[in-house]
Design a protein around this ligand. Sequence first.
Ligand code: ME8
Length: 516
Amino acid sequence: MPQDSFYLTTPIFYPNGKPHIGHAYTVIATDALARFHRLDGKDVFFLTGTDEHGLKMQQTAEKEGVSAQALADRNSEIFRTMVEALGGSNDDFIRTTEARHKQASQAIWQRMADNGDIYLDRYTGWYSVRQEAYFDESETIVGEDGVRREPLGSPVEWNEEETYFFRLSAYQERLLAHYEANPDFIGPAERRNEVISFVKSGLRDLSVSRSTFSWGVPVPGDEKHVMYVWVDALTNYITACGFPDDDAQKWRYWPADLHVIGKDIVRFHAVYWPAFLMSAGIELPRRVYAHGFLFNKGEKMSKSVGNVVDPFALIEHYGLDQVRYFFLREVPFGQDGSYGHDAIVNRSNADLANDLGNLAQRSLSMIAKNCAGRVPDKGMLTDADQAILDQCDGALDAARKAIADQAIHTALAAIFGVVSEANRYFAGQEPWALKKTDPQRMQTVLYVTAETVRRVAILCQPFVPDAAAKLLDLLAVVPERRTFADLGQVLAPGDPLPPPAPVFPRYVEQDRAAAG
Ligand code: ME8
């Protein structure tokens, strides 16, 4: 039977500046989802990349005195390195200046034009370079400083040009029918409601080309114009699947199962993108999920972290698994969240160093000392032993359900609920006392604890991949036996184990002083 495929994407980021923590957050979360589905047996395709065209790129390049291509090359590379530093398990990294993407963008444009949805007209309106979008006069306000701004606060300027339009107005009813028939198309519910009321309020045709600058994909048949950057940007999701070649090997991944985005770009993904696809006769993605925004709590971070918005510094200072865990566990996915030094340290020390780290360290060092460094004897399991093992299976079911809904924090809460329970089990069974009174029972308790750690480590891999791999190494679990299907495999008593080593270092404040 062919494996079920699962295609998921992040937005492609603007490389007009360096990546910041918001970009890193999207990558971490999408990566956790990708890893989860892979471990759950799916044929996953995970895409991320950079969105390199548009006026904003051209203006930044001019300011820096370099070509737009040089700016894109330099910063795209920094984004690629960031994804790697975050442990990104992406299968492709797309850049919109690649030849494959020009071809795909021109092909989708041609299909929309052939369908009668593109026409030439004049456009006058308020344009925000930062958002790369036009706004209605009624959506803008003139501030006390005399500057007119769009609702998110970026300045707008009056623009008049001849542009091609996309007949978005013709798709209003079809979009509404699609949202109605596919209640999971947009999540979370608040975002879905916003989109529906925006579309119900009436859609106007969309300006989809620019002739006042040239940094973009040329419009087929009229090279004075370049495509509006969002037309080309959204197309990246099909470029990566080989569009327009539907014999391409990767075309099997389309339609995407999930576009993960931030809440700032919902309209583009849930209104424009499906309308373009409908026009071009291409299947629609199954789901668009918008996460919330992150804010620095205003807390002073460690001196050595310096500029806390730099994801590289954050990883360097707190550790990759710690940073991943913090964002995934602390911020309910879909809602806004805040971060700060104390919150990161408290969360990772409590859950990773104390709960999971100590459980593994204490049980594995007892095994090293008292069981000759081999997996202990299983013996007869009591109800308490069986209960803790069963909880791991329960956690997988709960995590699966949560992940199907992108509730990453809920999946982690279920897994770490087992860790707390396992700590209570270990403390309650007192294997150190059993050593004298009932050494056979001690073996069983250590066996059950090690087996619980194995299961928890397997479940933790999507979220804290490096530490989970170290834990599985310590339990001598071979790499090909680490999927969710291997949860029921169980450790084999008598198998030799490597010497125990700490997996989650505790963050101590002196580190800061020493490093700062
Ligand atoms: O919008 N908190 O690119 P972009 C959380 N190129 N996430 C944040 C964030 C924050 N404070 N700031 C940014 C673009 N993000 C387009 C996308 S897709 C076809 C084209 C994340 O570089 C969030 O995912 O401005 C947001 O949607 C994205 O970065 C915007 O990145």
